[in-house]
Write a protein that binds this ligand. Structure first.
Ligand SMILES: C[S@@+](CC[C@H](N)C(=O)[O-])C[C@H]1O[C@@H](n2cnc3c(N)ncnc32)[C@H](O)[C@@H]1O
Length: 238
C-alpha cells in the first residue's frame, strides 16, 4: 500500500503507519478509541443512563487498541520538531500519563475541550474532554500564543436520514481546525490514524493542510469518504 497525501485508508493504523517513512509528518491530531469502563463500572454514567455499549466498555466495534501500541509509531513518523494531540477521557487518563511519561515524547499540556452542554453523570455532570498536547524534539510554540487552553466548542453530530448519529464519537470540525491551525502551516501534512467519520480531514481541507487518515471500520470509512468528497466539491465552488 502506497500512502498518498489527501487520502484516507480503510485499514488498521498499525499496518498503515508502517508505510509512512520516519520523520515525515508535520502533526498528528487524533481521537483514539478507548474503553469507557473501568473495573466493571461505566465510570460517568449509571443505572438507566448507561447504554449497553457503555456497560460493556464499547462504543463502536473497534476500540481495543492500547496507547502503548501506537505511541512509538507516532514518534517515529513525526518530523523532528512537531506536535501531537491525543484526546482522552477521564478513565484512561492515568494510563495515558503513565505510557506518555515513559515514551520519548515531551508532555506539554492537557487542553480542555468544553462541549458547552453537559450530560448526566453520578460524579458531576460531564461537560469536558481532555486533549494531550505532546512534543517531539525542541521547544515549538503554537502559532497564536493568545489561544486559550480551554476550547469552548459546542458538541454537534451529523445525522443520517433516519436521524441517527453518523458516528457516536464524532468531534466538531472546529476543534480540529484549531489544533491544526495552531501547530502547522498551510501546505503541511496532518495524520489522523483513527479518523472515524473524517473530521480531521474536513478540518485540514478548510485550513489548507494535507491530510492522511486510517479507519478500521468499513462503515465509518465509507461515511468519511462521503463527507470528504462533499467538502471537496463545496470548496471547488468558491
Ligand atoms: C473516537 S473514534 C474517532 C472519531 C472521529 N474523531 C470523528 O470525529 O469522527 C475512533 C475511531 O478509531 C477507529 N479504530 C479503532 N481501532 C483502529 C485501528 N486499529 N486502526 C484504525 N482505526 C481504528 C474506530 O473504528 C473509530 O471510528
Amino acid at each position: 500500500m502506497k500512502i498518498e497525501l489527501d487520502h484516507i485508508y480503510n485499514c488498521d493504523c498499525l499496518i498503515g503507519m508502517k508505510q509512512i517513512p520516519d520523520g515525515t509528518v508535520d502533526l498528528i491530531a487524533t481521537d483514539p478509541p478507548y474503553r469507557l469502563t473501568s473495573r466493571g463500572s461505566s465510570g460517568t454514567m449509571s443505572g438507566y443512563w448507561a447504554t449497553d455499549a457503555a456497560r460493556c466498555g464499547k462504543v463502536f466495534e473497534h476500540n481495543d487498541i492500547e496507547i502503548e501500541e501506537y505511541l512509538p509509531e507516532f514518534y517515529r513518523i513525526l518530523k523532528p520538531d512537531a506536535h501531537c494531540y491525543i484526546m482522552c477521557n477521564n478513565l484512561n487518563m492515568p494510563h495515558f500519563f503513565e505510557v506518555i511519561s515513559k515514551s520519548k515524547f515531551h508532555f506539554v499540556k492537557l487542553l480542555v475541550w468544553d462541549k458547552v452542554s453537559a450530560i448526566c453523570g453520578k460524579y458531576y455532570m460531564g461537560q469536558v474532554e481532555h486533549i494531550f498536547l505532546l512534543r517531539k524534539g525542541k521547544d515549538k510554540p503554537i502559532n497564536d500564543c493568545g489561544m486559550s487552553d480551554l476550547l469552548s466548542i459546542p458538541l454537534q453530530r451529523d445525522k443520517d436520514r433516519e436521524g441517527n448519529n453518523i458516528h457516536d464519537s464524532q468531534k466538531p470540525v472546529q476543534l480540529f481546525q484549531i489544533l491544526t491551525a495552531m501547530s502547522t502551516e498551510e501546505g503541511q501534512t496532518v495524520l489522523d490514524p483513527f479518523i472515524g467519520s473524517g473530521t480531521t480531514a474536513i478540518a485540514c481541507l478548510k485550513e489548507k493542510r494535507h491530510f492522511i487518515g486510517f479507519e478500521l471500520s468499513a462503515e465509518y470509512y465509507a461515511k468519511a469518504l462521503k463527507r470528504i468528497k462533499a467538502e471537496q466539491a463545496q470548496l471547488t465552488l468558491f
